[in-house]
Design a protein around this ligand. Structure first.
Ligand SMILES: NC(=O)c1ccc[n+]([C@@H]2O[C@H](COP(=O)([O-])OP(=O)(O)OC[C@H]3O[C@@H](n4cnc5c(N)ncnc54)[C@H](OP(=O)(O)O)[C@@H]3O)[C@@H](O)[C@H]2O)c1
Length: 271
């Protein structure tokens, strides 16, 4: 039995997006799941359909191309899908010294983390206003609260997501549209490896992060920060001079980046 509620989730093939999609599936939402890896998304759809008897539509899109976000919205709208909830979760990072990181990767990150998120939020929120309500969850990061040397474009992109989401949450509340923003700290997923850094030792599980996010979204919380340590980190960042925070974050990210490069070198030497 399928509920009449519908949710579209970007980046649902792995990590936080996958765990969030599972929670919606368990609650019998009709799901549209989006990502680049069609095979993985199809496996996820099969898993949810069998286990939770929900309806799952797979859409393969590379959202680092802004046209893909526009196409996605029109394709999904044309199918008659009702956007009760949108989760803008897809995101990437790229670690390293800014002047040395790949320019294409920087632009890809901005297009995915900022541009596509903005496009989908705009088109879907307008639809939600017309029908009198809905919820959007935008995934930022605790990094949104601080400058992030060695991860500069990523932290800045998440600062945009946080500021943008808080602003439109204020505008849209009178129209019955709830905007929540999730700010996870380090989380175990594919993210660190893809970003070119080692995983933080005490990172949270994606499942825990998704559980907190789901509850927060259902309770219309505006800013959702999973875990006490992350809440304290954000509080400290608000209190400390930004230059001091930048020094601390820079040391941490530099070490994660260098450890990753060492691991790659060691693995090459062993093979
Ligand atoms: N992990 C952390 O430490 C952490 C901390 C704070 C915030 N976050 C944020 O949490 C969100 C989820 O990350 P995660 O940790 O779950 O990482 P993840 O396991 O790497 O998941 C990222 C998801 O985004 C999708 N994606 C990546 N590039 C895409 C593109 N160009 N077009 C469409 N989909 C794309 C991936 O699917 P495909 O590969 O199939 O495209 C995947 O499903 C991101 O916004 C990230 O910035 C993560």
């Amino acid at each position: 039995m399928s509920s009449n509620k519908s949710v579209m989730i970007t980046g649902a093939s792995t990590g936080i997006g996958y765990e969030l999609a599972k929670l919606f599936a368990q609650d019998k939402y009709n799901l549209v799941i989006v990502g680049r890896n069609k095979q993985r998304l199809t496996e996820v759809a099969e898993e949810f359909t069998v286990k939770y008897s929900c309806s799952v539509t797979v859409i393969q899109k590379d959202l680092s191309n802004q046209n893909a976000a526009i196409d996605l919205f029109h394709e999904v709208s044309a199918s008659g899908f009702e956007f009760d909830i949108l989760v803008n979760n897809a995101g990437i990072g790229s670690c390293g010294q800014f002047h040395e990181t790949d320019l294409c990767k920087n632009i890809e990150m901005i297009e995915l983390n900022i541009t596509s998120l903005t496009i989908l939020t705009k088109l879907v929120s307008a639809k939600m206003v017309t029908k009198g309500g809905g919820k959007i969850l935008n995934v930022a990061s605790t990094g949104a609260y601080m400058p992030g040397p060695y991860f500069a474009v990523y932290y800045a992109s998440k600062a945009y997501v946080l500021s943008f989401s808080e602003a439109i949450a204020n505008e849209l509340r009178d129209f019955g549209v709830v905007i929540s923003v999730l700010c996870p700290g380090a989380t175990i997923s594919e993210f660190a490896n893809r970003a070119g850094k080692t995983e933080v030792k005490n990172a949270m599980s994606a499942k825990t992060v998704a559980n907190v996010a789901y509850k927060g979204l259902m309770n219309n919380e505006r800013i959702i920060i999973p875990g006490l340590a992350n809440k304290c980190g954000v509080l400290l960042a608000k209190l400390m001079p930004r230059q001091v925070t930048a020094n601390i974050i820079g040391k941490v990210q530099k070490k994660l980046f260098e450890d990753f490069r060492k691991d790659i070198k060691n693995n090459r030497n062993m093979s």
